[in-house]
Design a protein around this ligand. Structure first.
Ligand code: C2O
Length: 553
């Protein structure tokens, strides 16, 4: 097989957006960072050199990392961070995945600007039919912060309050003309009429799920999280942070003109979000030269609201998510486990914590916010969990007692959610499964601060979303309704606000794997845990030895 090599320098670069110039953390001075483009079956070697004064790591989000857990990237989970002036080479094989993924920094809030596309070309021709593809348009959705995000995170943890929101949403790093001073910084995709284009959509935003649409055009979903789906035709998509998708765009019926490309947050309560919308343009090549006045007019006549679902449109979000199904063809069968060996039910919640003595907290009611799973707020250990597990030195690093059922005092739809979501425990708790175990995890939302979906991301494995619903998960009744035929296979699931999602995993990848909310603010508050997959009986089912250049803590 081919080995593809890349060199990433993590470095500062002066960047201006919204008339605000700042030092932005980048890879190779690029924002968004460089795309990693490989073929299915390739071995990838990415040398990451840290050219800043802080620690860093890079995560290859959604890449399976089969037996190569050392290359996964989350700081203190599978590696110690790469220190200033040091390098680490991430080495892994890309197998049995094809489509659009992303990479991003996995240390504090660095992924605010350190992210890029990870594109895998398939061995076999695309399964979606017919028309020949003209070209590809990658669109990475992100957030621009005028402030230093490191300070935003520190401030948030210090006061116990929620972080402020970003200053703009972006398309490929460009906020677009609805924001101050951004007309120049507008993303434009040029297309010919009568063709089919591949759109690669990546949500790299820190803290928001987004709706995305193009005016007067139907989008066809053909792949999510690098797994083919049955084609879904839709006016808009909902995409959670960490999710990626490939869409087909047909430019059939039109010969010239400009159309809005737009994205806006999806939330279930307007507080504390503003109604920011990022806008770009799809421009037919025969159109008249770009005219900013015309573009303004286009935005006002075609209000972005008529292009995108309303930001509170849970019905749309639910319908869209439920419409996604695995392709499940003879060539790409859906390998959902139809029976399970273990079920873990865990709450995913925000909590209030008493303020430490001599401190003032401004979360709510003089208390500070935290987040937890089964009432355990995840604490990042001082050294890498994978390394301490591998060396059988877990003491002081992690324990294997993550509760597999919620503490009984939670009633997820309770009328007094505040008192039900009080002081959490803090800890670094994981659970362990045998190699090959068929695992089910049910994520159960709770009712306190119930304003947005939690996008839960699992490292090292894809999973099958066998069920989703509102209210309390009912262990008996709800499993009867599971989809065990063609559930979507993904790595990040938007658990409905005020509801639950059940996922199934073939736990066939030995190592230590992080599970967390992909809203960065919630990860900082501890909405995370992990699981360990033990080695299998065969030598080919064990975790490989750590690479020599693995960073030390
Ligand atoms: Cu995309 Cu643990 O992250």
């Amino acid at each position: 097989s081919t080995t593809r090599r890349f060199h990433f320098n993590v470095e500062w670069k002066k960047v201006t957006r919204l008339c605000h110039t700042k030092q932005l953390l980048t890879v190779n001075g690029q924002y968004p960072g460089p795309a990693v483009v490989v073929n299915e079956g390739d071995t990838v070697e990415i040398k990451v050199t840290n050219r800043i004064a802080h620690n860093t790591t890079i995560h290859w989000h959604g890449l399976r990392q089969y037996r190569s857990g050392w290359a996964d990237g989350p700081a203190y989970i599978t590696q110690c961070p790469i220190r200033s002036k040091q390098s680490y080479t991430y080495r892994f094989k890309v197998e049995d995945q094809r489509g659009t993924l992303l990479w991003h920094a996995h240390h504090s809030w660095q992924r605010a600007s350190v992210y890029g596309a990870f594109i895998i070309y398939p061995r076999q021709p695309y399964p979606f039919s017919g028309s020949h593809i003209q070209s590809e348009i990658p669109i990475i959705l992100g957030e621009w912060w005028n402030d230093d995000v490191d300070k935003v995170e520190k401030q948030m943890l210090k006061t116990g309050a929620g972080a402020k929101v970003s200053d703009a949403y972006t398309l490929n790093g460009l906020p677009g003309p609805l924001y101050p001073c951004s007309t120049k910084d507008t993303f434009t995709a040029n297309v010919d009429a009568g063709k089919t284009y591949i759109l690669r959509i990546i949500n790299a935003a820190l803290n928001n799920e987004l709706f995305f649409a193009i005016s007067n055009h139907t989008l066809t979903v053909v792949e999510v999280d690098a797994v083919y789906t049955k084609p879904v035709h839709t006016k808009a998509i909902m995409i959670a942070p960490g999710q990626t998708t490939t869409l087909l765009l047909r430019t059939n019926h039109l010969s010239d003109g400009e159309f809005l490309i737009a994205a806006t947050p999806y939330v279930t309560s307007v507080f504390p979000f503003n109604n920011s919308t990022t806008v770009g343009f799809l421009r037919y090549n025969k159109s008249k030269p770009v005219n900013h006045l015309n573009r303004r007019r286009l935005i006002t006549t075609l209000s972005t609201r008529s292009v995108l679902p309303d930001m509170l449109d849970t019905k749309f979000a639910t319908r869209f998510s439920d419409s996604i199904k695995s392709l499940g063809s003879a060539e790409y069968p859906c390998k959902v486990p139809t029976a399970i060996d273990k079920r873990v039910i865990t709450t995913i919640s925000l909590n209030l914590q008493n303020c430490p003595e001599n401190k003032t907290c401004s979360g709510y009611d003089g208390k500070r916010f935290f987040a937890s799973m089964n009432n355990v707020s995840f604490i990042r250990p001082p050294i890498s969990i994978l390394e301490s597990y591998y060396k059988k030195q877990s003491r002081g690093v992690f324990t294997l007692n993550f509760p597999e059922k919620p503490p009984s005092r939670f009633d997820f739809t309770g009328v007094d959610p505040v008192s039900e979501n009080m002081n959490t425990e803090f800890g670094t708790k994981l659970f362990e499964v045998d190699f090959g175990a068929r695992l089910e995890i049910v994520f159960q939302g709770t009712s306190f601060l119930n304003i947005e979906n939690h996008p839960l991301h699992v490292h090292g494995h894809n999973f099958f979303v066998v069920g989703r619903g509102f209210g309390n998960f009912d262990e008996e009744k709800d499993q009867e309704k599971y989809n065990l035929v063609d559930p979507p296979e993904r790595n990040t699931i938007a658990v409905p606000t005020g509801g639950w999602a059940a996922i199934r995993i073939n736990a066939d990848n030995p190592g230590v794997w992080f599970i967390h909310c992909h809203l960065e603010q919630h990860t900082s508050w501890g909405l995370a845990m992990g699981f360990i997959v033990k080695d299998g009986p065969l030598p080919s089912q064990t975790l490989l030895r750590p690479p020599r250049d693995l960073p030390k803590c």
